[in-house]
Write a protein that binds this ligand. Sequence first.
Ligand code: PAF
Length: 288
Amino acid sequence: MSAIETGAADGRPEVVRTVAELRARVGHWRRSGERVAMVPTMGALHDGHLSLVRIGYERADRVVVSIFVNPTQFGPNEDFKTYPRSEARDLELLELLGTDLVFAPLVGEMYPPDFSTKVVTGGAAVGLETDFRPHFFEGVATVVTKLLNACGPDVAVFGEKDYQQLCVVRQIVRDLGMPVEIVGAPTVREKDGLAMSSRNAYLDPRERSRAPVLHQVLRDVAESARTGGPVERAIDRAQTRLGAVGFGKIDYIEVRDAATLGPPGNGPQRVLAAAWLGRTRLIDNCAV
Ligand code: PAF
């Protein structure tokens, strides 16, 4: 058997760090008629990520997880340097799910010194996160385009936790005619309702106990929008409650069209929010 057929001998997922190796593995599977799913991540995996891998296996024979803390989606004063990195633990978790392959490139593999192309986004990327992190979607769009091009999966799975990101990825794939199906996966929550996120690790115990209020107020706003109540008043109440439990700056709480993220119309709607708790910026969203 070739190395490609055997993979990692001890059950741990094989890790490749170059696009050439990734293409060789995936090309081999696809030539054998197997469907391939990709789950792009920045590592520091939690149950939310693992649910994406499980969904990958429902949709495909093979799952490739990428682990890459993408520098271009962090602003100059953001947490790129301190973002949690835990590759050994991530591989242990992925082994439990029987993950076929991990693509964990170094920065130079994704962005060689002469790299100079950017994917610029509009549509779903306008407003919300972009108002506060103007660099963010250009970085996400560029790296996701590169990851999907490098892997060439049949399907790619993204969490609804980053709802605007999911809409932007769908838009990129549509606009650029990329031959991949994008699957959105429901947000996985802690027992108290807090959406799982690698950045929850930044919360101290007091902040952690207050963090689920973000989800609670989003549900109240969603309920108000659903029943035709005065949404502005519900958003005011949400802001007051967040302030009362210790949230600082609230970047946004908005109701948008669930597909385009434009102003809400007659179709399905989504409530999206971003707010600071101490030095941690939490984002969450909720269907109306
Ligand atoms: O959601 C994430 O973890 C990242 O934004 C992604 C999609 C892996 C791109 O770096």
